[in-house]
Every structure is written in C-alpha cells, then in structure tokens.
Design a binder for this molecule. Structure first.
Ligand SMILES: O=C(O)CCC(=O)C(=O)O
Ligand SMILES: [Fe+2]
Length: 232
C-alpha cells in the first residue's frame, strides 16, 4: 500500500462512508494499515507496559479470548488513527445526533473528562481457535460517541479461519437483521456503537446495533478497536 496515514485517510470516500453508515449502520473503509504496521501492533501485544489493563473475556461473559486497553499516552500510530479518523467521522456523527461535537478529538476528550470519562478505550483483541466475541455495545459511561472503528490485523484464510465480524440491527416491531462485514488484514470498518437514526414516515426513530465476532475455527485473529469516547 502507498502513502502515509493522512493521505490514506484522505483518500477514503467519506461521502460514501456517510451514506453506508446512514443506510446500514456500518461502512467499509478499505485498507488503512500496511502489513508491517499490523504485524508490529500484533508483536506489541506482549509488551505489558503499553496497556492499562487486560480483560479475559470469559470472566465477564463477553465470549472467549482476551483484550488489552492501550495506556495513555497512546502509541503514536494509535493516537494518529484516533485523531485523524475522529475528524472524518465527526460530521457524520453530527447528522446522527444533532449535537455539535467538537471538531477535534482533543476537544471531545474534554467533554468526556467533564463526565468523569478519562481512561483510554482503544484496544487490541486477541482470539485463538474456539474463541469468539459475543454481540455487544462498547459503552463506557453516559458519554457515547455514536460511531467507532475496527481494523483487522490478521489475514482471513491464512492466519485464521472463521472469526467473522458480525452485526445485528434491531428495529421496533421487526425481527433482527444480521450483517457480516468482509475484512482483510489492514482493512477497517466504521460502525454504529449503540444505535442509528432512521427516517420513518412519522419522523425519526432509532434502531439498536450490536457487534461481535463469530467463532475462530483455526489460527489466531487480532483486531484493533478505536473507540472515541473515554471510559469511567
Ligand atoms: O474483534 C473484532 O473484530 C471486534 C472487536 C470489537 O468488539 C471492537 O473493536 O469493539
Ligand atoms: Fe466491540
């Protein structure tokens, strides 16, 4: 892949992303990280001083597998991804909530801090054979930024099999809709954290979204999660 991170992010068709998010609650961003960047992040999984905590998913009923929250200050690549992606999704988030979110992530973090949310939320998840991530929403307090990003760090069909990124959407008076996002190593997806607005005949209503990962059948799968609100 070519170009530095700002040009890769600038090259994404953000109007299409906004349209896909509006219509389906998720959008592919295409390739955002190089193979080398993915591999370096995976290697960093075992460097404990990068992280503020490690979560064994089974203990909390979250599934099977493990994840780690990056500690502040974030590694430069993670910090750059978070601030640059925030600047692109914030106009979309404003149309979802009619809230005038700050234009830059530092400004938004101040609003999180004012509600007691100061702990970092970017995370790296690690799954082995038989692991999975139950359908959930990444809520870490009352302050919720409505869109988040995940970047797959491993290659399906080579590093692992199974382990698909799945989402459900629950609309009032309807059965749930299931969606599967195709991802490859270094590819990213933007998706709704908890709900998205839908324009109905009688005004706007909300549909509930959840995301998770189906069982990994073989190999190991790593994923980077970029959540824009901080945690209590
Ligand atoms: O491992 C995945 O693909 C999903 C990770 C996840 O739940 C997240 O990024 O919030
Ligand atoms: Fe998640």
């Amino acid at each position: 892949m070519s170009g530095d991170l700002p040009s890769r992010i600038a090259d994404i068709d953000w109007a299409r992303v906004g349209g896909n998010l509006r219509d389906n609650g998720w959008a592919s961003l295409g390739r955002v990280l190089s193979d080398d960047e993915c591999t370096a992040l995976i290697k960093g999984y075992d460097a404990p001083d990068r992280y503020r905590s490690t979560v064994a998913m089974r203990r909390h009923g979250f599934g099977e597998g493990e994840y780690r929250y990056y500690a502040y200050p974030l590694p430069p690549l993670i910090a750059d991804l978070r601030t640059q992606l925030y600047a692109r999704v914030v106009p979309i988030a404003r149309t979802w909530t009619a809230r005038d979110y700050p234009a830059d992530h530092a400004g938004y973090q101040k609003q999180c801090a004012a509600r007691g949310q100061t702990r970092s939320t970017p995370l790296i998840l690690k799954y082995g054979k038989g692991d999975h991530n139950r359908l959930h929403q990444d809520l870490y307090g009352d302050e919720v930024f409505p869109i988040q990003i995940a970047i797959l760090l491993s290659q399906p069909g080579k590093d692992f099999d199974g382990g698909e990124f799945v989402m459900t959407e629950q609309s009032p008076r309807k059965q749930s809709r299931a969606m599967v996002a195709p991802l490859e190593k270094g590819f990213a997806i933007a998706f709704a954290v908890n709900e998205r607005p839908v324009e109905g005949a009688r005004g706007i209503y909300k549909v509930k979204m959840r995301h998770g990962v189906s069982e990994i059948r073989s190999g190991s799968r790593y994923c980077l999660g970029i959540i824009f609100h901080d945690a209590i």
